[in-house]
Ligand binder design. Structure first.
Ligand SMILES: Nc1ncnc2c1ncn2[C@@H]1O[C@H](COP(=O)(O)OP(=O)(O)OP(=O)(O)O)[C@@H](O)[C@H]1O
Ligand SMILES: [Mg+2]
Length: 557
């Protein structure tokens, strides 16, 4: 209505201005339209959109290397098909507007721009009634270059095409055929590539395509998802299995308040969002990991137009980058065709533009979700450290202590397991002191390690242990259950943990290097007091509260 009015006003305004027609150069235009930025997956998705819009229940894609060494791609559907007039409309650059606005087609260009972005010759064969003749037309870009006119070809339907139609469509439906596929394998493919290389290239795009369709049309492919009509897809005979990026059975979700966004005609339309917190990789078994597909670059908004995914995993629309500590957050973002203009949806339907006002609102709504995702990421980081700490966290200190000469240390001359005493040669001379002595063989080269059986609450003990070869040494044992261990060590990096190890080892070493019978009791009391103080100091302590850098980043969102 408004557009018509604008047109009339423009006519009136230009009434007294001299006018003439300036037709586009067909040769350059049709070539230029090849370069609208499609990749193979996007181009195929545009063809699939049309099949879904035609009510198809099965879509079969076949990409093959022919005996004449040419690549050919077929896209067959069992949708309502087209008669001759409809095929003419379909092949027109700027097809008639669709009656159903919420359909996956919008510009009247997708079939042509997607096809020509990948190949120089493409055809449509269609039948809307079982006993009808095929309706078919072909665009050949080389022919257009030759004649310099918008001239389509009426190529007779070959037996091969009929066979492909029967196999991929059935009695009625539509078959799109791509030939002269000069860009399907990417632009860098040189003409002298061997068959094997081309076949490998085809296999690669088939695999990528399978993944793309499984993701971008997952609501359509999943028979249990009633937000979109059901459709089955096959690529080179194999069924496409839907992949839901939110792993609903494993993740926790949080619905966000609906946003009423303004449409181009001044009305409003709803944007709905659900935040999904994925389980951490360490909490998933192998099968669950396959379902979730953990990846930093999969965090962020997953944007759906009319249930068809058009953009995946990005914060770019609200001006943020993908950080590892938000990697467990994926946000399902839904809008309808009513917001196409407001979001500047492009012909490829691969991106939307978000205006600054909405970006701010989205950013605000994301803040608590991102904070939660960060907390979950951190929690698991601490837990991960717990499991690996015994094996690797103390390796650095053990290597350093064993490998450093010139550190004055007491020598264990003898030790008695019965009396729990040992004779040491230290800086004070030879002394015999009370000290735990173990009969169990010591792991070679380990002078500091964790244990879970220190029951008096001290952070560390020292014990005399014996190597396989009989050599006795003082070993520092760290209490795995002490708060200092659970809250500081386990959250520390390996470097920091090594530093703490060396500090404690040096204290123990100095203690025994200076021990006398009397001092031993004093050192024991000191260790008691230090352990108790640390326990009290750390009672209500959470290292996550100190992580300024990450919190600041949230504050800056
Ligand atoms: N598989 C198909 N089955 C039936 N009709 C089809 C099929 N593919 C295309 N058409 C018809 O051809 C027309 C043009 O398709 P095209 O993809 O070029 O434009 P569109 O889907 O309307 O819009 P968009 O540019 O957003 O894709 C469609 O409107 C539809 O009427
Ligand atoms: Mg289309």
């Amino acid at each position: 209505m408004d557009l018509k009015l604008d047109g009339i006003l423009a006519m009136v305004e230009n009434l007294n201005v001299k006018r003439r027609s300036l037709p586009a150069d067909i040769r350059r235009t049709i070539e230029g339209l090849r370069d609208t930025g499609y990749n193979t997956n996007m181009a195929v998705a545009d063809i699939v959109d049309n099949s879904i819009a035609a009510g198809a229940s099965e879509i079969r894609i076949q990409i093959a290397l022919q005996t004449n060494k040419k690549i050919i791609a077929y896209f067959g559907d069992d949708g309502h098909g087209m008669d001759e007039i409809a095929v003419e409309g379909a092949m027109t650059y700027g097809s008639p507007e669709r009656a159903i606005k919420k359909s996956l087609g919008k510009f009247g260009l997708g079939l042509k721009t997607a096809s020509s972005s990948m190949c120089r010759r493409y055809s449509v064969l269609s039948k809307s009634g079982e006993n009808d003749q095929f309706a078919t037309l072909t665009w050949d870009l080389d022919h257009v270059q030759e004649v310099g006119d918008w001239e389509v070809l009426e190529v007779p339907v070959s037996d091969e095409d009929k066979e492909a139609f029967n196999e991929l469509c059935g009695p009625i439906g539509t078959l799109v055929k791509w030939e002269k596929c000069d860009r399907l394998l990417g632009r860098t493919r040189s003409p002298d590539h061997s068959d094997a290389k081309v076949l490998a290239g085809i296999n690669k795009i088939v695999k990528n395509l399978d993944e793309h369709l499984a993701t971008y049309f997952h609501r359509f492919l999943d028979p249990d998802d009633d937000r979109a009509p059901n459709v089955k897809m096959f690529v080179n005979g194999s069924p496409v299995i839907p992949w839901n990026p939110f792993a609903p059975g494993l993740s926790e979700s949080s619905e966000l308040p609906v946003i009423e966004a303004e449409t181009a005609d001044g009305n409003t339309s709803e944007i709905t969002m659900t935040g999904w917190f994925l389980p951490h990789k360490n909490d998933c078994n192998k099968d669950q990991q396959k379902l979730v597909k953990h990846a930093n670059n999969k965090q962020g908004f997953w944007i759906f137009r009319e249930s068809r995914l058009i953009q995946s995993g990005t914060w770019a629309d609200i001006g943020l980058t993908q950080e590892p500590h938000y990697s467990l957050l994926r946000v399902e973002f839904d809008f309808t065709h009513e917001l196409d203009e407001a979001f500047d949806v492009d012909v490829k339907k691969s991106k939307i533009q978000i205006d600054p006002g909405l970006a701010e609102e989205l950013s605000r709504q994301m803040r608590p979700l991102r904070r939660e995702a960060q907390a979950r990421h951190r929690q698991n980081r601490v837990r991960t450290t717990q499991t690996s700490v015994i094996g690797s966290l103390h390796r650095g200190a053990n290597v350093a202590v064993q490998g450093t000469a010139g550190v004055a240390r007491p020598v264990v001359l003898s030790a008695n397991e019965q009396s729990q005493t040992a004779e040491l040669e230290n800086s004070r001379g030879r002394i015999t002191i009370k000290v735990p002595v173990s009969a169990a063989p010591r792991t070679k080269d380990v002078v500091i390690r964790t244990v879970d059986d220190i029951l008096d609450g001290q952070l560390w003990h020292a014990r005399i242990e014996k190597d396989d070869d009989g050599k006795r040494q003082i070993v520092v044992l760290l209490n795995q259950h002490h708060d200092f261990y659970t809250k500081i060590y386990r959250a520390a990096s390996t470097g920091t943990a090594t530093g703490i190890d060396l500090l404690i080892w040096s204290l123990v070493n100095a203690e025994y290097n200076n021990a006398t019978d009397e001092l031993t009791r004093v050192f024991d009391d000191l260790r008691d007091e230090i352990s108790m103080n640390l326990k009290k100091l750390l009672h209500d302590f959470d290292i996550a509260d100190l992580d300024d850098s990450e919190d600041e980043e949230i504050g800056n969102d």
